[in-house]
Ligand binder design. Structure first.
Ligand SMILES: *Cc1c(COP(=O)(O)O)cnc(C)c1O
Length: 222
């Protein structure tokens, strides 16, 4: 069941703050997505390739599909024709494959680098040093069909909102640093994707401008 009231409240709040709402529709039926689309939502997030492929053909073509999960290189080709933003790039091989598939489709694909900020070892992503090394080896002229548009991260799964806020602040500080150094003069480097249903508040306080929200809009997942 789609919670249109929650959607409307969140949309108004985020619009006022300049935050993009990505509605995370994983495991939910295309009819739920259509219901939010009809209300005006255009950005949707999925994290399983097969599921995105199945839904994409059923739904309006002006949806901006965000791929927010861990992406395997051999599956990039299935989403390359239409994906709007890939949030979780964490290795050079994956980025090279995205570039290759973007070229094949005669387009440029926007991506975010996933930064590891949680105090857990179950989440994907690169730490600050790994991102610096990654960017040092990045050759924009070779990778002409991808654009690095910012960073994405997930905080620890904890009730300690002070810790969550610290982790988001760490990500945003590094994002701002990159924006004025490596990416100085590159206006496309502007997305700081952090915050989900349980922690979008501290994420926005820490500087997030893109939140990925599922269960608050679509109900909890099985
Ligand atoms: C599922 C998921 C979300 C949304 O989670 P909710 O708690 O349902 O809001 C956000 N980001 C990523 C990467 C996810 O996999």
């Amino acid at each position: 069941m789609v919670n249109l009231e929650a959607w409307s409240e969140l949309t108004n709040e985020f619009k006022a703050k300049g935050v993009t709402l990505v509605a995370v529709s994983k495991t939910k039926p295309a009819s739920d997505i259509q219901a939010l689309y009809d209300a005006g939502q255009r950005d949707f997030g999925e994290n399983y390739v097969q599921e995105l492929v199945e839904k994409e053909v059923l739904l309006p073509t002006d949806i901006r599909w965000h791929f927010i999960g861990h992406l395997q290189s051999n599956k990039v080709k299935y989403i390359a024709p239409y994906v709007h933003l890939i949030h979780a790039v964490d290795n050079a091989g994956l980025l090279a494959e995205i570039n290759k598939q973007a070229l094949k489709n005669n387009r440029t694909i926007d991506v975010l680098l996933q930064m590891y900020i949680a105090n857990e070892d179950t989440k994907f992503g690169m730490d600050e040093q790994e991102i610096k090394d990654f960017l040092q080896h990045f050759q924009p002229h070779v990778m002409a069909n991808v654009r690095i548009c910012g960073l994405m991260g997930m905080a620890s799964f904890t009730d300690d909102m002070e810790q969550v806020k610290r982790e988001f602040t760490q990500l945003h500080t590094f994002f701002s640093h990159l924006a004025t150094t490596c990416f100085a003069g590159k206006p496309e480097f502007k997305v700081c994707s952090m915050g989900m249903s349980s922690d979008y508040g501290p994420a926005i306080e820490a500087g997030s401008n893109m939140v990925r929200i599922g269960s608050l809009l679509f109900g909890s997942r099985a």
